[in-house]
Design a protein. Structure first.
Lengths: 128, 382
């Protein structure tokens, strides 16, 4: 019974992904993921929450290679990334990534059997 | 704001458990009744002496507590089922203790019971989705924390696995534990890897079980002839939830804040605590939480654990029950089971698992929310 929501990202003119976040005019925070309920920092709601697209660029805070999953092929690597805009997000890293904490990472759109998904690629690693 | 220290004293006088075990065909009613009857027998009282009851569970469903307690003989007492994720049992205990401390009742029951059931996530119904929710799981959340801890402190995967070696060793001597087998470091490190460096034996098993405790006021002790020597006082009950903690892990920051509040309520310091039951669902958690609770310096837990500081017989016995890793984590019962273990230790009745001269104990649970509950208990004066 999940509410149907728009995609979590779009692309800019150059094809780079932007995360569909929010800006709170109550406390000035940029927030992700988007929601219309209220700001978890200050409680502002309604008109004080506006959509704001956030560059999918940030720094790796941690990561884990996952070996057990009920539906997704393993292994894959999940990372916690602090966006330059502030929010901390979890995202899949591009296959073959060998991350270290503190490394820069950037969102990347990957075609996936007629669909497209967002992964993060590490600075200095070849993009698949 | 009032705390337990401002109210009349409250004591745990009876403890009981149904062993934590792998999923079986046993009814939750059978699990729960065994724990309650054992707690009543331990306190040497009968069910009609109990004036209110709180039943913690996370999975069974609406009104499960009512459909269980009636088989003790329906006495008409007020009761409520309590759900607070992994901290459901701890929350049931807090409410029972507060009810007695406030003078509403002299004898109350707190218990937890759960079976392995379908997990229906409340938060998912809010419909707020992140980029990779479908790829994440609790073990991956804690695998990422493990990676971060290794990066920041230089701790090795072997040092982290030693948490599980210690807790399996403790659980091996606990007849209520789901895992009752001593494990070597090699066994703990052996594949399969689950996520990051975490192996199967460093993750809590999913299981079923029940735990129950009876709490009483001074009046209750007198009325029911409870020996003072077996009454363990609840000195502090602290409960906190999410705040914007920034980059620090929420469970760790929340543990620090909640534990500090409990220390202040009880007017004690970390060095006063002899026995600790922590939420060690994953090996890394024990290291993070004992640091946050002030039982060693930040970043020092892996080396301290290796040196035996957290063994039974060490400076603080951490998870002498075997903790969530070995005793198990059937959700509803877990927080109440921690209280039962600490009471057993503070009575000096823990047998081969006994921490010598245990005078004060602390229980700690975190749960999805995040929420955190910490209780501090003190042995009867000799």
């Amino acid at each position: 019974m999940e509410t149907v929501r728009p995609p979590l990202w779009i692309t800019d003119e150059a094809g780079a992904p932007l995360l569909r976040g929010m800006h709170c005019s109550g406390c000035g925070a940029d927030l992700f993921p988007p929601q219309e309920y209220g700001c978890i920092r200050c409680g502002a709601y309604g008109d004080r929450l506006r959509e704001r697209d956030l560059p999918a660029v940030g720094t790796v805070l941690s990561f884990a290679e996952v070996h057990v999953h009920q539906s997704h092929p393993v292994p894959f690597t999940l990372a916690e990334i602090e966006l330059d805009a502030g929010p901390i997000v979890r995202a899949a890293l591009a296959p073959g990534s060998r991350p270290r904490i503190g490394q820069r990472a950037r969102g990347l759109i990957v075609a996936d059997e007629g669909d497209a998904r967002l992964e993060f690629a590490l600075a200095g690693e070849a993009q698949s | 704001m009032k705390t337990l220290s401002d109210m009349r004293p409250v004591y745990v006088v009876g403890i009981g458990l149904h062993p934590y075990q792998n999923r079986s065909q046993t009814s939750y009613v059978t699990l729960g009744l065994r724990a309650v009857r054992e707690a009543l027998a331990d306190a040497a009282i009968t069910w009609p002496d109990v004036e209110s009851a709180y039943v913690g569970n996370a999975l069974i469903g609406m009104a499960a507590g009512a459909a269980m307690l009636r088989y003790l003989g329906a006495t008409g007492i007020p009761f409520a089922q309590v759900e607070n994720a992994s901290a459901s049992g701890s929350t049931a205990f807090r409410h029972a203790a507060h009810e007695v401390a406030a003078g509403y009742t002299d004898v109350s029951l707190a218990m937890g019971v759960d079976t392995v059931d379908q997990w229906r996530s409340g938060p998912a119904k809010a419909g707020v989705r992140g980029l990779a929710d479908h790829l994440s799981a609790p073990f991956t959340h804690f695998a990422m924390l493990t990676q971060k801890y290794m990066d920041e402190t230089g701790a090795t995967p072997e040092q982290i696995a030693k948490v599980a070696v210690k807790n399996h060793r403790n659980g091996a001597f606990n007849p209520y534990a789901q895992r009752q087998q001593v494990r070597t470091l090699e066994e703990v490190l052996a594949p399969p890897l689950i996520s990051g460096v975490l192996t199967r034996l460093q993750c809590t098993p999913v299981g079923e079980g029940a735990a129950a405790v009876i709490v009483m006021s001074e009046e209750g002790l007198t009325r029911h002839g409870i020996p003072r020597s077996r009454a363990v006082q609840v000195l502090a009950s602290a409960s906190r939830s999410e705040q914007p903690f920034g980059r620090e892990n929420g469970d760790v920051a929340l543990t620090r804040a909640t534990t500090l509040e409990a220390y202040a309520q009880a007017s004690v310091e970390p060095r006063d605590i002899d026995v600790v039951e922590v939420h060690d669902a994953f090996s890394i958690e024990e290291l993070l939480y004992v640091e946050a609770m002030g039982f060693c310096k930040p970043g020092g837990a892996a080396a301290e654990l290796e040196a035996g500081a957290f063994d039974i017989g060490g400076r603080h016995a951490v998870s002498p029950s075997g903790g969530l890793i070995a005793m198990g984590h059937p959700l509803g019962p877990t927080g109440v089971g921690q209280v039962a273990e600490v009471v057993r230790q503070l009575r000096g009745e823990a047998g081969v698992r006994q921490q010598p001269n245990a005078r004060m104990g602390l229980t700690h649970m975190v749960g999805i929310g995040p929420v955190c509950l910490v209780h501090i208990l003190r042995a009867a004066t000799a």
